[in-house]
Write a protein that binds this ligand. Structure first.
Ligand SMILES: [Zn+2]
Length: 303
């Protein structure tokens, strides 16, 4: 959400549009070439409504129903969607966290194999993923926002004055220094929820600004010195973290060190598997992968 993610230099990253139906995903070695038809009513045609700051590769191409990329014959694992050459599945482990994540994912992001929001769902049970449509908010999300068992925070930078009164810091999760209700009317502890806006920086800003149902939520910015380790798209700045990195860092700052480490290792494994497959290289397990395998073995031993 905090990164500005241009497509790769070869310009393969492009969406094709058809109104409001399921998606077709063209697999490629690059994995970025996806045909997505993601336009909800009122959104216009996806290509033409892309923000003006999107890279050149997005512009001047006519929407197509399906986009077949160079390398579209690559064989993918159906479970993790990575090229089978370096499948991610052996490294999938889960972790416990008292914090939940709800992702509001921009439709153009949803089906990209390089999307990292889905890594959060793999690691943390109970993660919810919603597609964002400006004129049709997901009723399940609206219901969850009304559910007093949860205390949602929207993760967003605190760089604009007009919502400064909503900005809190990570201590607010524990009810410190902010007017946030940590317990329900009947006295039960509410479950903290981090809402991540999963898309490019411009997409995330659009979701933040155009979703009135998020207007009442406390805004929790992520302040970190961490630089991105994401290899699969070139960030505008090393300080722009991808969605999984944002989640890992938030978990760490909120005291969920174990979940943060697992998610970080899984993210690194994803990154390395994907990058190796792009150059048709079969990877030996890296240090993060070995930690995940050990964790998986330990979990299997317990059951
Ligand atoms: Zn797999």
């Amino acid at each position: 959400m905090c990164d500005s993610r241009p497509p790769p230099a070869d310009g393969d990253d492009i969406a094709a549009c058809a109104p409001q139906s399921a998606s077709a995903v063209a697999s490629s070695v690059d994995g970025d070439a996806v045909a997505i038809d993601t336009v909800a009513p009122g959104e216009g045609s996806g290509i033409t409504t892309l923000p003006s700051g999107e890279p050149e590769a997005w512009h001047g191409r006519h929407p197509r129903r399906e986009f077949k990329a160079r390398g579209s014959q690559v064989i993918r694992c159906e479970a993790c969607r990575l090229p089978r050459l370096n499948c991610l599945c052996p490294y999938q482990v889960t972790a416990e966290s008292r914090i939940k994540f709800w992702l509001i994912t921009h439709p153009l992001e949803h089906y990209k194999p390089t999307n990292t929001g889905r890594l959060i769902s793999d690691v943390l049970a109970g993660t919810e993923v919603f597609s964002w449509y400006r004129v049709e908010p997901d009723p399940r999300l609206l219901a969850l926002l009304e559910d007093e068992r949860y205390q949602p925070f929207i993760i967003f930078p605190d760089d604009q004055p007009d919502y400064a009164d909503r900005v809190v810091d990570v201590n607010a999760i524990a009810g410190v220094g902010a007017d946030v209700a940590t317990h329900t009317a009947s006295g039960e502890a509410r479950i903290p929820v981090f809402i991540l806006l999963d898309g490019t920086w411009r997409q995330a800003r659009r979701i933040f600004r155009k979703s009135p149902y998020l207007d009442g939520l406390p805004v929790l910015p992520l302040h970190t010195q961490r630089l991105t380790r994401y290899h699969l798209r070139k960030p505008a700045s090393e300080a722009h973290l991808c969605t999984a990195e944002v989640a890992a860092e938030l978990l760490r700052q909120a005291g969920e060190e174990n979940a943060a480490s697992v998610l970080d290792d899984y993210f690194d494994a994803f990154n390395d598997c994907y990058r190796a497959s792009r150059i048709h290289y079969v990877l030996e397990p890296t240090a993060p992968m070995r930690r995940l395998l050990a964790r998986r073995d330990a979990t299997a031993g317990e059951s």
